[in-house]
Design a protein around this ligand. Sequence first.
Ligand code: ADP
Ligand code: MG
Length: 235
Amino acid sequence: MIQLEEIRKDYQRRGQSLTAFQCESQRIEDGEYIAIVGPSGSGKTTLLSMLGGMLSPTTGRVLVDGISLYEHSVAERSAIRGQKMGFVFQSFNLIPYLSALQNVQIPLSFSAMPAIQQQERATEMLNQLGLAERLHHKPSELSVGQQQRVALARTLANDPQIILADEPTGNLDPSSREVVLEIFDQCHQQGRTLVVVTHDPSVAQRATRRLTLVDGMLVDENSTSAIAVPQISAA
Ligand code: ADP
Ligand code: MG
C-alpha cells in the first residue's frame, strides 16, 4: 500500500516558489490500477516521482508498506525501490551501447543472483515479450515499440509489486501500444499495483481508478464502476 500524508511539493523558479502538487491524504491499495490524468504541467510527473522515491516532497510523508520513504537515506531508499518498484518511462531510458539482453540484466545485476541465472531470467522476460529474436540487438537496431518492450522486460525482471509508469504509450504506434496495455492488464491480474500517468483515454479506461490533477491538486476520483453505472436519482 502507498500512502500520501499532508504532501506539498514546491519548486523554486526565478526566486519564486511554485506549488506543483499538494494533497492532504491519499491511499493506493495493493493491486489497484490507477491512471493519473490531467493537463500538461498539472503535476503528474511530480506526483509519480514522489511516489517512486525519486523526488522528496517539501513537506509531508510518502509511505510504502508503512515505510516512510523520505525519512530514510538515499541508499536505503534506492534499496526499497529496487525491492518493490519498477519504472516505465516514455523515453525508455535504455542504455544505447548495451544489447536488449544486457539492458534487461541491469536491475538483476544489483541482486545476489548468479550471472548465469541473471541471463536466463533476462532471456525469459524478453521471450515473454516476443523479443526472442532480438536478444543481442542494440536499442538503435530495434523499433520504438520493441524498445519499449525491452524497457518493460527490464522493469518486470525484478518482479516488482508496484509499477510506476510515466506516459508509457506516448511515443508508440497503435499495435505497440496495445502490447504494452496487455502487459499492464496481465500485471494487474497478477495482483501488482500499477500507477500510470497518461494522456491516452484508452489507458485511463483500463485502469480501475482515475486520479485527476488540475494545477497540482487532485480534483476528482471516479471508480470504473461509478462511470459504468451512472447514478440515477429517484423520480
Ligand atoms: P506534468 O507531468 O503534469 O506535465 P510536472 O509535474 O512535470 O507536470 O510539473 C508541474 C509543475 O511544476 C509545472 O508548472 C512545471 O513547470 C513545474 N516544474 C516541474 N519540475 C520543475 C523543476 N525541476 N523546477 C521548477 N519547476 C518545475
Ligand atoms: Mg509529466
